[in-house]
Design a protein around this ligand. Sequence first.
Ligand code: NAD
Length: 360
Amino acid sequence: MTKDGKVAVGIIGFGGIARGAHLTSGYRKLPDWCEVVAAADILPERCAQASGQFGIPETYATHTELLARDDIDAVSVCTGNYAHAPITIDALRAGKHVLCEKPMAMNAEECKAMIAAQKETGKKLQIGFNMRYSPGAQSLKRAVEAGEFGEIYHAAARAIRRRRVPSQGVFINKKLNGGGPLIDIGVHITDMTLWLMGHPKPVATVGSAVCKMGKTPGLVAEWGAWDTEAYTVEDFASAYVRFEDGRTMTLLASFLANIDEEHFDTQLFGTGAGAFFDANAGKYKLYREEFGTLTDTTTGWLPSVASTHGKEIEMFLKAIREDMTIDEVGAATGEQALMVTQIMDAIYKSSETGGEVAIS
Ligand SMILES: NC(=O)c1ccc[n+]([C@@H]2O[C@H](COP(=O)([O-])OP(=O)(O)OC[C@H]3O[C@@H](n4cnc5c(N)ncnc54)[C@H](O)[C@@H]3O)[C@@H](O)[C@H]2O)c1
C-alpha cells in the first residue's frame, strides 16, 4: 500500500495495452484508489518512456526486481503471451494480486499452473477479457439472467477481420504468441459467448486453423505491411464446440479473409428468444415471438462507459479494496479463462489430427 492507503500497482510489460489501456484508461482514472508506482520492461526504451513521458517513479529491466518490492500490492501483466504464465506465477508467489492480459496463457497446462499458484497463495487473479464490460454486453447478460432466452442451446461467434494483421509485436509468431487470430481475438468473442451462456463446460471440439494468405507478399494491409516470411500462425480458423450439457457453439476467427468488413459478434439461439450481439458496436437485437407475431427489439440508449479496459481495472481494484473474489465483482476468473484456452488448444490439435478432440 502507498503511505496514504492506496493500492500500490506495478505494470509488467510497458507496450501498447499497458500504456493505452491499463495506465491511462484504468489506474490513472482512479487516483483515489491506487497509484502506479513502478513499471518493468525488458526494452530500455520502454522503461525510459514509462519514467519520462508517463512519469512512473521507478522502472526495472526485469519483472523480478519489481516483484521484490514489498510495498507493491498488485500488478498488471501486459507482456506478450509467452510470458503471461511465468510472470503471473512469480507475481502471485511474491504476494501480489494479478490482472493478466488475455489470452490467459499459451496453453491450458500453463493456465492450470497459474490457477494452482492463485489457490496456493490466496491472491486474486483476473484475466483481461474486457469486452464483457460494455454496457450492451452487460444489458444482454441481464436479459439472459432474467430468463428471457429460455435455454440457449447454441451460439455462433465470430471475430473475423478482412485485412487486419498486427504488424507490430509478436502477434504473427507462433512460438511467442501461441497462435494467430484464434488466440488473439477468437478468445475475446469466445469468452463473451461462454459468459453469456453461463460457462457450460466444453467437452469436445472439431476445428481447423489454416494459413491461406498470411505468407503472401504484397496484399493490402489495413494496419501496415507485416513480415510475410516471419508469419507462422494461422490466418483463419473455424470450429464446432460441444458442451457437457449438450449445448453447442461455432467459432470463426481471422486476420485475413475475403469478407465485407470486420465482424466481432455472437448470436444466441434460445428457446424463448434469440439475440445478435455486435460486440464492436456494443449493441444487440432480440428476436422474439410475442403478441402473435415475430418481433425484433434493438437497443436504444445505453449508458456510456469511457473504456471497457477502465471498467476491468475498476473491478480488479474493487476486488482488492473490498476483499471480494474476482467472480463476485463479475470479472473474468482464471477458471473461466482456462475454458477458453482449452477450446483453443483443442482447435489447434483437431486441425493437426483431423478429428474431434476431447477436452477434460
Ligand atoms: N484486452 C485487449 O483488448 C488487448 C489488446 C491488445 C493486446 N492485448 C494483450 O496484451 C499483451 C501485450 O500486447 P501489446 O499490444 O501491449 O504488445 P506490445 O508488444 O506492445 O507490448 C508488450 C511489452 O512487453 C514487454 N515484455 C516482453 N517480455 C517481457 C518480460 N519478460 N518482462 C517485461 N516486459 C516484457 C515487451 O518488451 C513490450 O514492451 C498481449 O498478451 C496481448 O494479447 C490485449
